[in-house]
Ligand binder design. Structure first.
Ligand SMILES: Cc1cc2nc3c(=O)[nH]c(=O)nc-3n(C[C@H](O)[C@H](O)[C@H](O)COP(=O)(O)O)c2cc1C
Length: 180
């Protein structure tokens, strides 16, 4: 299964990256083709709301979203990995989500319909309901884009870097293991 990881943390050795590494290693061991996109190092401009994409089939902005789009289109599984920033995804990932409007055609049909989606999210707060707004937005986004949401891992209480529990890493490996 071709997999693309949309990695939204600016911290290369941070908490979200630990979940991403556990996921990616498990998938690779199973022989899957995994590509990690470090969104923080990519140039993605904000959506301009022009909706040229609906007719033209692609966005008029010439930036790295062209490559991200290509990798998303050719993948079977899309992994949305992000720290919680103000109860939502990081802006690095949110830019990609906003620009995903270009996956709709003029009839509002999704060009990435049927692909699978997984989320990997961390936050500092110990309260699990911190994830509720982000998870709700992800679910609605995946519904709108006709993606099949296969679930995810949320790890709370990650104030400093390197605070991801063995339990969360095991859960992440198990999730990756379950994907075919
Ligand atoms: C700008 C910013 C906003 C944040 N907002 C929240 C938040 O709303 N709730 C929360 O629990 N943690 C919040 N955090 C903490 C991070 O989500 C948490 O430390 C996360 O594990 C960092 O992941 P990383 O190491 O992969 O970057 C925020 C951190 C930053 C830098």
């Amino acid at each position: 299964m071709k997999t693309v990881i949309l990695f939204g943390s600016p911290r290369k050795e941070g908490n979200t990256r630990q979940l991403v590494n556990a996921f990616s290693e498990t998938m690779k061991k199973k022989g899957h083709d995994v590509r990690l996109l470090n969104l923080n190092e990519m140039n993605v401009r904000p959506c301009q709301g022009c909706l040229v994409c609906a007719k033209a089939g692609k966005c008029r902005i010439n930036d790295d979203m062209k490559d991200i789009r290509k990798y998303m289109l050719e993948s079977d599984l899309l992994v949305y990995a992000t720290p919680t920033y103000w109860w939502g995804p990081s802006s690095q990932l949110k830019l990609v989500i906003d620009r995903s409007i270009a996956f709709f055609d003029e009839n509002m049909e999704s060009r990435i319909k049927g692909k699978k989606a997984v989320t990997l999210i961390t936050c500092a707060d110990k309260a699990l309901d911190t994830f509720t707004p982000a998870l709700d937005a992800f679910r609605r986004t995946f519904d709108a884009l006709s993606l099949a949401y296969l679930g995810g891992v949320e790890e709370a209480g990650c104030e400093e870097t390197g605070k991801v529990s063995k339990k969360a890493l095991d859960k992440t490996r198990k999730l990756a293991q379950s994907l075919t």
